[in-house]
Ligand binder design. Structure first.
Ligand code: HEM
Ligand code: HEM
Length: 187
């Protein structure tokens, strides 16, 4: 009874798959960029786990196109992506009026972050695999360079991402971090 009353008007935004993939990828990025020695076995394993997590997220974005499927919310679905000029304009209008509708999922910049992370993690996985597993390319300096540039670009995206999350949360007068932690947004 109490529970229904407390959460009755809350909105379930980010399902478990999205949240586990998100925080898993955060942990993997920090591990591989800041903690473990690059190229060692643990770096490889962590990198592949990151690739697996983003692959699961991609599958989920396609699978959950039908929000009636068990456990998914329509918010995670790639079918809700809109990158039209109109979508960007609308988002900027929401910021200007200091009110993003509570029922909205990713704004168009947020979807761009999703796409950047997909591309960069796959790119890191592929170049890492080539350096490690293809004998002729072992220690190849061009590949190593591409790999390190992609890691740096991902880091730059992450910094912009974190700053944007807090800026949009404030300017748009909307809870963003809480739903990525618990799934739920308060009305
Ligand atoms: C390595 C660091 C990070 C990466 C690679 C990353 C990546 C992403 C991606 C790909 C999404 C889209 C989620 C999806 O639809 O699957 C996302 C959303 C989000 N992230 Fe991160 N993230 C990182 C760190 C953080 C941190 C530290 C925070 C907390 C401050 C954070 C807060 C959020 C929030 C609140 C959203 C949802 C934004 C919205 O409502 O549209 N992220 N992130
Ligand atoms: C989250 C994904 C990953 C990140 C953030 C990441 C990050 C990095 C960074 C920052 C470096 C150092 C580059 C430099 O020397 O300037 C590096 C090197 C390297 N990484 Fe990754 N990496 C990832 C995934 C992988 C994967 C999946 C593999 C292999 C299967 C891999 C294999 C290597 C190798 C072989 C090196 C070269 C090590 C050396 O200098 O001898 N990485 N990586």
């Amino acid at each position: 009874m109490h529970k229904a009353k407390d959460t009755g008007s809350d909105i379930y935004v980010w399902d478990r798959v999205v949240r586990v993939c998100h925080w898993g990828i955060v942990a993997i990025f920090i591990t591989n960029y800041f903690i473990v020695e690059p190229g060692r076995l643990f770096h490889e394993i962590a990198g592949y786990v990151g690739v697996a997590l983003i692959s699961i997220r991609v599958a989920w974005g396609l699978y959950s196109a039908n929000p009636n499927k068990k456990g998914s919310t329509a918010y995670a679905s790639f079918s809700t992506i809109s990158l039209s000029k109109q979508a960007f304009r609308e988002h900027l209008q929401h910021l200007k009026h200091k009110q993003i509708p509570r029922t909205h999922g990713h704004n168009p910049f947020g979807w761009l972050m999703v796409m950047a992370v997909i591309a960069l993690l796959l790119g890191l996985g592929i170049t890492g695999f080539m350096m490690e597993e293809i004998d002729a390319l072992f220690g190849n300096s061009t590949l190593e360079w591409i790999h390190s540039i992609m890691a740096d670009v991902l880091y730059a995206c992450v910094l912009v991402h974190i700053a944007s999350v807090f800026a949009v949360q404030r300017m748009g007068n909307i809870q963003l971090v809480r739903p990525m932690l618990t799934g739920w947004r308060k009305r």
